[in-house]
Design a protein. Structure first.
Ligand SMILES: Cc1ncc(COP(=O)(O)O)c(C=O)c1O
Length: 372
């Protein structure tokens, strides 16, 4: 099959077709020799905090390290259990492991996020924290999760790596727990030229602790206050971030508009199930994920027609060989497992035209029509 229209998943070539302003910024940085921490990073942290509507943002080396720093700042470590979901990117578990704690999984709901109704029965004497993931850029049910955390005296840390700009009832993600981690990995809604992330928090005390921990626990050159990490955000990436951050609001709005266009058109195709869209919840569509009948066949059909559909993620984490030591068997998290067989992601990024979006829907419709 040859298709006239192509719908690529990656947009980095289009996004970075004219990188001159960032390259000029890097040239200035090199002239200053200001490679670690410094002015450009401070500026980026201020702007990111303002973008999120939060008082504190701390630039760190990646989203994974941001989550680990949140947990470490909360004093979570060896012997502690942290509850999260198997329907996430491996980095969530990697962060828990990084601080020496144990991951305990709870199944997800129809929104692909942790199901609050199942959290209580996973709590043990060792549970210290809940780490909900705002998967796809759709906020988890933080009101229900906060209620449980308050009642059971647990810490909440938000994995907001996919959710820059998401909110519940106007309240931004990152304000529900003691802290949250964001990722600026290249295909995130705000991205840089490699790895970087941020911790955000409403607490001045947590912010100060994270600042200390990301830089070896060094209070001054000669005083180590606590044992920390080398988890600083590269100043060079902050230059790239400062170049792009002014556009993040527009990028987010465009992704939301693209998703709404998909939603309206896909509602007419009964073999496609959209996740619930809760009123008052601002989803930012890092990914646009639906459930599709005959998923694997549809995936191949679309790929053959120039549409780069993807699956996020085909193997739930509890079934990954690298996590066998957690002791979970197939069948333990039925919703996550069922969804892994049916989920499909369509390109939703800000560089797509209405024509490309409509072409995706047209091809999905044609696939099912041909099989009637
Ligand atoms: C849900 C989730 N958590 C954590 C991460 C880790 O972020 P990073 O790749 O910046 O370490 C990512 C993204 O990669 C993610 O999607």
């Amino acid at each position: 099959v040859t298709s006239a229209v192509r719908v690529p998943y990656s947009y980095l070539d289009a996004q970075f077709a004219h990188p001159e302003p960032a390259l000029a910024g890097i040239r200035e940085l090199v002239a200053r020799g200001d490679f670690t921490l410094g002015g450009a990073l401070e500026e980026f942290e201020r702007r990111f905090a303002a973008l999120c509507g939060l008082p504190h943002a701390i630039g760190v080396s990646s989203g994974t390290d941001a989550l680990a720093l949140c947990l470490a700042a909360a004093g979570i470590g060896h012997g502690d259990e942290v509850i999260t979901t198997p329907d996430t990117f491996i980095a969530t578990v990697g962060a828990i492991n990084q601080v020496g704690a144990k991951t305990v999984f709870v199944d997800c709901g129809d929104d692909y996020n942790i199901d609050p109704a199942l959290i209580e029965r996973a709590i043990t004497r060792r549970t210290r924290a809940i780490l909900p993931v705002h998967l796809t850029g759709n906020p988890a049910d933080m009101v229900a999760i906060q209620k449980i955390a308050r009642r059971r005296k647990l810490i909440v840390v938000e994995d907001a790596c996919q959710a820059i700009g998401a909110a519940i009832g106007g309240k931004p993600v990152g304000t529900f727990g003691i802290a949250a981690g964001f990722s600026l990995h290249p295909l995130k809604n705000l991205n840089v030229w490699g790895d970087a992330g941020l911790v955000v928090t409403t607490s001045a005390r947590v912010a100060a602790k994270v600042r200390l921990l990301r830089n070896h626990g060094m209070q001054t050159r000669d005083r180590i206050a606590v044992l920390g990490y080398n988890h600083r955000m590269d100043t060079l990436q902050a230059v790239v971030g400062n170049w792009l951050i002014g556009d993040t609001q527009r990028v987010t709005e465009q992704r939301i508009a693209n998703a709404a266009r998909y939603d309206r058109a896909l509602a007419a195709i009964p073999q496609i199930t959209l996740p619930p869209r809760r009123p008052g919840v601002r989803q930012v569509y890092h990914t646009y994920v639906v459930l599709a009948e005959q998923r694997d066949q549809l995936y191949r059909y679309l790929r053959a027609r120039g549409i780069e559909a993807k699956v996020h993620y085909p193997v739930p984490l509890h079934l990954q060989p690298g996590l066998r030591h957690l002791g979970y068997k197939r069948g333990r998290f039925p919703k996550t497992e069922r969804q892994a067989r049916r989920i499909l992601s369509f390109p939703v990024h800000q560089h797509l035209s209405d024509q490309q979006l409509d072409y995706v829907v047209e091809m999905v419709g044609r696939f099912y029509a041909e099989r009637k």
